[in-house]
Design a protein around this ligand. Structure first.
Ligand SMILES: Cc1ncc(COP(=O)(O)O)c(C=O)c1O
Length: 385
């Protein structure tokens, strides 16, 4: 009765099973994978958020496929504050970056067409592509004095079916930002072969090394789609507010926008109360980002302090985002290691294969975790080696 595209292996993996048993048994848990900012002890201006959602204008239905102009203008102001001028008509609101990916895949790809994605990266891409009948082809990020794109491998991965290249800027979990030289190389490849650049910038504001990373909204060298949203920027994933912005050569951009508007019009999925609240919700980013970056820096300093006292494990250089990639002795599979760490020491981390690291010996921890469990969890993790 069901489509091939949904013929997934839905068996739970061993680590999830052990985690479920661990929780069911009521055992203590040091969860170093925190990914829900609303559950990590940050202070939100709850009054302002709730007031913004209570707007009598929401009683009127005024559909706009691209999203309410007041909400799109707030997105434009966000980029203006970063030094980028974005025309409001180039912005399309979506309920999540996942929805934005779906719109873009639907617009660019026939069934079986290919999109290049970085490896390692964010685990949801596989499902997003399956649902849209898109084939993902990986291009490797290599670690050599910091993470970087293997452009030779990227070019070799391109076929007649390739339609676009996804850039995660900065990447989750490696925290690598695209540098201007890499963007120029990517533009040259994409414009010559008529491929789109698809930039996922949900972590753009979380740079660790000072300076302000450049958004792909300013990219003119190839047809470009830039995505972001409130789930990370303001730490409000429950508000289901994101966007995509079309950019690049004018004619291509116009054709893309016309098509995207039809796709968006078909669903009209954004709700009025949230769109009306978007300007206030976007302003929440200042308070949230300050707290989050303080925690990330403090956890990173604690990680480095503990790592400095041993030599078995190292962390990879981190330019931004909320995750740290730990290189650990590959004495067993990273899944076995994560299971052992959980069963023996009550510490939950993500094994590298969760993010498609090409080999064992990688663990990923979230730097958004509260300070005490983080420090204790890292201590117990290091005690394994
Ligand atoms: C790289 C990346 N893109 C997108 C998302 C999800 O964003 P949204 O909640 O807007 O779908 C995540 C969530 O972890 C992510 O890591």
């Amino acid at each position: 009765m069901f489509s091939d595209r949904t013929r997934w292996n839905l068996d739970t993996n061993r680590l999830s099973e052990v985690l479920a048993e661990h929780r069911a048994a009521g055992k203590p848990l040091l969860d170093l994978t925190a990914s829900n900012p609303t559950d990590c002890g940050f202070d939100y201006d709850s009054q302002a958020i709730l007031r913004a959602l209570c707007n009598s204008a929401a009683l009127l239905y005024e559909p706009d496929p691209s999203g309410l102009i007041s909400a799109r203008r707030a997105v434009v102001r966000y980029y203006a504050a970063r030094g980028n001028e974005v025309p409001v008509e180039d912005v399309i609101l979506t309920t999540s970056t996942s929805e934005a990916y779906s719109f873009i895949f639907r617009m660019l790809c026939n069934p079986g067409d290919e999109i290049l994605v970085p490896e390692p990266s964010y685990p949801l891409f596989g499902f997003l592509a399956d649902i849209q009948d898109v084939k993902l082809v990986r291009y490797p990020l290599v670690y050599d004095y910091g993470w970087q794109v293997d452009f030779q491998a990227l070019e070799q991965a391109i076929t007649d079916r390739t339609r676009g290249v996804i850039v995660v800027h900065p990447n989750n979990p490696t925290g690598h930002f695209f540098k201007s030289g890499e963007t120029a190389q990517l533009n040259a490849i994409c414009s010559e072969r008529e491929l789109a650049v698809i930039s996922d910038e949900v972590f753009l504001d979380f740079a660790l090394s000072g300076g302000r990373p450049v958004s792909f909204v300013a990219n003119t060298g190839a047809l470009t789609f830039t995505m972001s949203g409130l789930s990370k920027i303001s730490g409000l994933p429950q508000m289901k507010t994101a966007w995509l912005i079309a950019g690049g050569p004018e004619e291509l951009k116009k054709s893309a926008l016309a098509r995207l508007e039809v796709i968006a019009d078909t669903y009209l999925s954004m709700s009025a109360p949230v769109q009306l609240a978007a300007p206030v919700l976007l302003e929440q980013r200042h308070g949230f980002q300050k707290q989050l970056m303080e925690r990330v820096r403090r956890n990173l300093a604690e990680l480095d302090r503990q790592f400095a006292a041993q030599s078995a494990c190292v962390r990879s250089d981190l330019e931004g985002g909320w995750h740290a990639v730990l290189r650990v002795p590959a004495t067993r599979s990273d899944e076995d290691l994560a299971i052992e760490l959980l069963s023996r020491n009550n510490v939950y981390v993500h094994p590298g294969h969760f993010y498609d690291f090409p080999s064992d010996g990688y663990l990923v921890v979230s730097l958004m975790t509260r300070g005490e469990p983080f420090a204790e969890g890292i201590k117990l993790l290091l005690s394994m080696f």
